[in-house]
Design a protein around this ligand. Sequence first.
Ligand SMILES: Nc1nc2c(ncn2[C@@H]2O[C@H](COP(=O)(O)OP(=O)(O)OP(=O)(O)O)[C@@H](O)[C@H]2O)c(=O)[nH]1
Ligand SMILES: [Mg+2]
Length: 317
Amino acid sequence: MGRYAVFISGPAGSGKSTLCSALIAHANTLGRNVHLVNLDPAAEHFTYTPTIDVRELVSLQDVMSELGLGPNGGLVYCFEYLLENLDWLEEQLGSFEDDYLIVDCPGQIELYTHTNLVQRVLSFLAVSHSFRLCQLYLLESHFVDDVTKFFAGTLSAMSAMINLEVPWINVLSKVDLLSRGTVGSTSSASGTSLAARRSLERYLDPDPLLLASSANASTNPRLHALNAAVVRLVDDFSVVHFLPSDANDEQSVGTLLSHIDHAMQYGEDEEPKEPRDMDRFEDEGDGPGDEQEEVERDFEDLLSGRSGVAGAGGIEI
Ligand SMILES: Nc1nc2c(ncn2[C@@H]2O[C@H](COP(=O)(O)OP(=O)(O)OP(=O)(O)O)[C@@H](O)[C@H]2O)c(=O)[nH]1
Ligand SMILES: [Mg+2]
């Protein structure tokens, strides 16, 4: 079948561990055998017991108390320790028959952008163990309530992407909070939801002119040339494309899993599948569309509550 590993990364609290659990639960309902790998030496608890857990090799708490390091230095030390002890990882990997790993990563962005530590773990899996890899990068949906925050989030995703050089999927997590009005402006609840929804639509398929004018409206004129440069960058590279995610919505999780499978060409003997919920689109008689159209449709369904999954709650706007 081949060996596959998807790394779930993103800033602290962006929903990585929750999404790992949701992906595993969804894969289980499809009868698929996937394994959780914990690469976060500071993790506390998991819904599913990790099959491989870096804390069995080294834990952040021990490193901090024994070496007197702070949390960030301690984390870097833990990764260096892991890389010095790859035989441990090798032994853990060797016990699998079906290798589809869902890897929960630490939230410290500098691990992906300032060091090559994560990159070396990825290379070890790809080169020494023939894993096909994919990296998911989560950004919380509150990044879309302000264009300058969106730029910051997009640029951090881009710098991690350039550093790691593996198939990449950007995810806007917790979009259900937008529809509840928890994220966005301070107007009335329904107004806030609508505004947030419009923001999200704008950022899923950004119009460069609109992005530039709203960035210019909230920044010093001296920064307008920089805004224009960032908008060009955002417009020119596909890093700007985000898949919306609600970890509590099975359809959303299913769509993400299908994008991950597609990125890694999971099941190479089978016909490669387009990253979409095929049954739903076939039922609706839709022909194949481009990826962005798909994302927009999924997003529309998510926000309008047309989830089509038994037991999944609709989202009120
Ligand atoms: N509403 C909503 N909440 C979510 C979603 N995903 C995660 N959360 C919540 O966000 C919080 C953080 O989620 P985690 O999964 O622990 O985030 P994390 O990225 O693993 O955090 P660290 O490991 O500390 O970096 C928790 O309270 C989750 O319940 C989502 O899709 N919707
Ligand atoms: Mg976590």
